[in-house]
Design a protein around this ligand. Structure first.
Ligand code: FES
Length: 189
């Protein structure tokens, strides 16, 4: 079982009760300025980072608090991840109650095994750059490429709500989530 290592949390955005109007998102987020010069081959903003070897993996994510995100980094031979240096980054987002309610209304069938946890690949649907964690509860994910004609932003269901990936969903890895009184274990195929 792999252990999580706590990272600095980037919390740029205060909580909001309004969901998913792109104009509101743009007004709330500072990432176009804050992320202007960051690398686009690796995520940013996660609470925990777990490095695992290529192949199947098990990670106990029970330390995650609502609103926090663990990122699992796993080497891969899949060319889809060429822009992230052949590393598959997988987010495990422990949703807040508001995000759970939003997910129950908006999650695509079959993409969420437990409404409290959203799991997605952090590879942009546009050109495959790394996706970062924004700290915005309404739009937790965004492409690290903030340049013109990129700048994708995604909601808590992984749906692109602005930028080049508008209307497209983050892909979902093959996984199993096992929740018990003792642990919350993510198993990656
Ligand atoms: S690669 Fe992400 S918006 Fe273009």
């Amino acid at each position: 079982m792999h252990k999580m290592t706590r990272r600095q949390v980037i919390a740029l955005i205060p909580s909001s009760t309004v969901l998913l109007c792109p104009a509101i998102l743009n007004a709330q987020t500072n990432i176009d300025d804050e992320w202007a010069d960051i690398p686009t081959n690796t995520p940013i903003g996660e609470t925990y980072l777990v490095n695992v070897p290529e192949g199947p993996a098990e990670v106990d994510v029970s330390a995650l608090l609502p609103g926090e995100v663990t990122i699992i980094a796993r080497p891969t031979a899949d060319e889809e991840y060429a822009s992230t240096d052949m590393v598959q980054y997988i987010a495990v987002h422990h949703r807040t109650p508001a995000q759970i309610a939003y997910g129950e209304e908006n999650d695509r069938d079959g993409t969420v095994q437990d409404p409290g946890y959203f799991v997605a690949n952090l590879v942009c649907t546009h050109r495959g750059k790394a996706i970062g964690i924004t700290g915005n509860p309404d739009a937790p994910f965004a492409c690290t490429d903030r340049s013109r004609r990129h700048s994708s932003v995604f909601d808590a269901t992984g749906l692109g709500v602005s930028g080049a990936s508008d209307g497209e969903y983050l892909s979902i890895p093959d996984y199993q989530l096992d929740i018990s009184d003792e642990a919350v274990v993510l198993r990656l195929s």
